[in-house]
Design a protein. Structure first.
Length: 675
């Protein structure tokens, strides 16, 4: 390579790496595998080393991570949070071992091997044994203060188990377990929401949410892997880990001391397959010099410690053939290309198809019919086609052209600005869009109409018994009795018998009393998820107020931003959506918040806190009763609180605080007699 093209190559690599850094750290998204990323980074580092005249102080090779998120307070890390340099081979490990021995001038080096958990790095500070502050890595020097969100991590001790007044800092990895990730996505599926892509991104995205109660639902866990403070009597990483365990941290029992690099290699082989059976995603092994004095002596480069290295396992990859490329239409009209593959076993499951996402992905891969492709399944739920094996391509193969027409209804597709996504705009007649909208309408968190599955919907739409959600409420027994439709892509036929028909009709009837927020969510307005629907319905007490609201009023609602407001306005400016709402209203569905009758002003201006569980009411009902009788409800005790209504299992802290503040405590029956 001549000087000019080397310079160009370096610049291109920097640009590419910056792009992926931004996606990974700021948007919690990754579109290339860690292996591909590392290859690019290693190439950049070696070119910069060979051609120091092109080195640059702002090169991504010298940086640790992304920038800092805006919405959290930032703090400087006590010591920089570095990365680890990555290796993929035994030769690299031998080089690492030789380097360490040379620098320490010793042949007798002990290592500690740990699993490399794939999550989000945290630095956690304890003052006087108490959890004081939790920071993300941020840019390595400054991190975001996500203390409130970290409080939702049940395995992170709030107080340390020690007799001494400990002031320490520890570091670890927050993550979402595989099983929990699966449950979270099941819930998303039920709500017809877009699925989380992988546990790592979900953990990182969750810790950056502003609402901690939302974070708590994600059930984040945390493994601690290092003590970042000097403690008397602790001279090795192994002693550090044992100590961390003793004082209450969640330290997994998978670490092992190795007396030489060959034992390290044995540890690596041992976990290569076994790690797939753990409930946490891991992407390699971390090898650390055990002796802390040696660690200090070896020190760090600007990017990573010299005393540690990561051995990364390659994501399992297989070669298979592309039998076909089909296009699928979703409920919003988005058309997604899907590769139909020669079935292949990978990561414990058989893969038959892989999403190709959009135009850009097809162009990036230059994928064609009958091509052989490399497919990978890392932590992702969906397997990824990483590259095409061009050498195996059949002679005369033609570039694959993205369809210009909807694969279902044939109408011309449009490509939305800036996005590489094609849409079918024939939403009124295009069948998959109709099925999708109705499936969403009846889903669990929407109208929760049991006894109707996707096949039934398809059958009802195809026979023109229903065409939109409001038609569901017009279905009569005679319309559907003995109706036959295909199951499993046409292999089996099912016929609706009397019992099924009654069940369907009953569950449709029951759904009429679903609250306004379920109904608003059921309409399927883009970006209006269940939580947003709840916020909107508690602000706008009926649908007409929302339909007539302007942009400013809509964005004044808690957690509703420009994108959602624009989408709502667009939805209601469409005549057919207003017709749908009117038709649903005519069928007796409730497009307004329940109006509560004011009962009395017996509790006028009194402030109540409610704690524990009760026999005559749920906690929410009791709080509602207070409001209906003129009182106010507060979440926490303060000098302004007048009464604490206590039920069974009230938290002991509340009791102590109530005593301290001299607040009157009353039982459920005392409360009832007050009203
Ligand atoms: S020790 C670099 N041990 O890997 C400072 N890191 O690329 C020493 N990680 O950000 C880190 N498991 O969050 C260490 N057992 C482990 C780890 C681990 C995962 C993460 C860590 C760090 C990243 C380094």
């Amino acid at each position: 390579m001549d000087r000019e093209s080397t310079k160009k190559k370096i610049e291109n690599l920097r640009e590419e790496i910056e792009h992926h850094n931004k996606l990974y750290y700021d948007d919690s998204e990754n579109i290339i595998s860690d292996y591909e990323y590392d290859l690019k980074m290693n190439e950049l580092i070696s070119l910069e080393k060979k051609f120091p005249e092109f080195s640059l102080s702002t090169s991504p090779s010298l940086k640790v991570g992304g920038k800092i998120t805006k919405d959290f307070k930032t703090f400087k890390h006590s010591t920089q949070m570095l990365s680890l340099s990555n290796t993929y081979s035994d030769e690299d490990l031998n080089d690492f071992d030789k380097r360490i021995k040379k620098l320490l001038d010793s042949n007798d080096i002990e290592y500690i091997c740990e699993l490399k958990y794939d999550g989000v790095a945290l630095s956690i500070l304890y003052e006087d044994k108490k959890l004081k502050r939790t920071l993300t890595r941020g840019d390595g020097k400054y991190g975001d203060d996500i203390s409130n969100n970290a409080l939702t991590i049940k395995t992170l001790p709030i107080k340390l188990n020690s007799n001494e007044n400990l002031n320490i800092e520890v570091r670890g990895e927050a993550f979402i377990s595989k099983s929990n990730f699966h449950l979270l996505n099941k819930e998303k599926e039920k709500n017809n929401e877009q699925l989380f892509s992988n546990p790592r991104n979900t953990a990182s995205g969750s810790l950056k949410l502003q609402d901690s109660s939302e974070v708590a639902k994600r059930k984040i866990n945390c493994f601690i892997y290092s003590l970042n403070s000097d403690i008397d009597g602790i001279y090795t990483q192994e002693e550090g880990l044992n100590y961390l365990k003793e004082i209450g941290f969640n330290v997994p029992n998978t670490y092992e001391k190795c007396n030489n690099i060959d034992e390290v290699k044995t540890y690596i082989r041992k976990w290569e397959d076994k790690r797939n059976y753990l409930d946490v995603e891991t992407d390699g092994i971390v090898i650390k010099v055990n002796n802390l004095k040696y660690q200090k002596k070896l020190g760090n480069t600007s990017k990573s410690p010299r005393w540690a290295i990561a051995y990364k396992y390659k994501a399992e990859s297989k070669v298979t053939k592309v039998k076909d490329i089909l296009f699928q239409v979703g409920r919003t009209g988005a058309v997604t290309p899907v590769a139909i593959l020669e079935p292949v076993k990978i990561g414990g499951s058989v893969v038959k198809r892989a999403s190709l996402h959009n135009h850009n992905e097809i162009r990036r891969l230059d994928i064609r019919l009958n091509d052989y492709v490399n497919i990978e399944k890392g932590g992702e739920i969906i397997p990824k086609i990483t590259s095409v094996i061009k050498e195996k391509r059949e002679i005369g193969s033609k570039e694959f052209i993205f369809t210009k027409n909807c694969p279902s209804c044939g109408s011309s597709l449009i490509i939305k600005n800036k996005q590489a996504v094609s849409y079918c705009k024939n939403d009124l007649l295009c069948r998959p869009q109709i099925y999708g909208r109705i499936e969403h309408f009846i889903s669990k968190n929407a109208m929760d109409i049991e006894h109707i599955g996707p096949e039934t919907i398809k059958g009802l739409v195809d026979r023109e018994i229903i065409n939109n959600a409001s038609d569901l409420y017009k279905i009569k027994f005679d319309d559907i009795i003995n109706l036959e439709f295909k199951l499993n892509d046409g292999e089996k036929i099912r016929s609706l018998k009397e019992k099924s028909c009654n069940n369907i009709i009953d569950s449709i009837k029951i759904s009429k009393s679903k609250p306004f927020s379920n109904l608003l969510f059921a309409l399927g307005i883009r970006y209006v998820g269940k939580t947003t629907a709840e916020k909107l319905t508690s602000h706008f007490s009926n649908i007409d107020k929302l339909i007539n609201a302007d942009f400013d009023e809509i964005i004044s609602v808690d957690e509703v931003g420009d994108k959602i407001a624009e989408s709502i306005i667009k939805y209601f400016s469409d005549k057919k959506n207003i017709e749908l709402v009117n038709s649903l209203k005519n069928s007796g569905l409730i497009f307004s918040e329940k109006i509560q009758e004011f009962e009395s002003n017996k509790l006028d201006s009194l402030v109540f806190v409610v704690s524990g569980s009760f026999s005559s009411f749920s906690r929410e009902e009791l709080q509602e009763k207070i409001k209906l009788n003129g009182g106010k409800v507060s979440k926490s005790l303060s000098s302004k609180t007048n009464y604490l209504v206590f039920g069974d299992n009230m938290g002991p802290k509340k009791k102590i605080k109530a005593k301290e503040l001299n607040i009157k405590m009353i039982s459920e029956s005392e409360f009832i007699s007050m009203i």
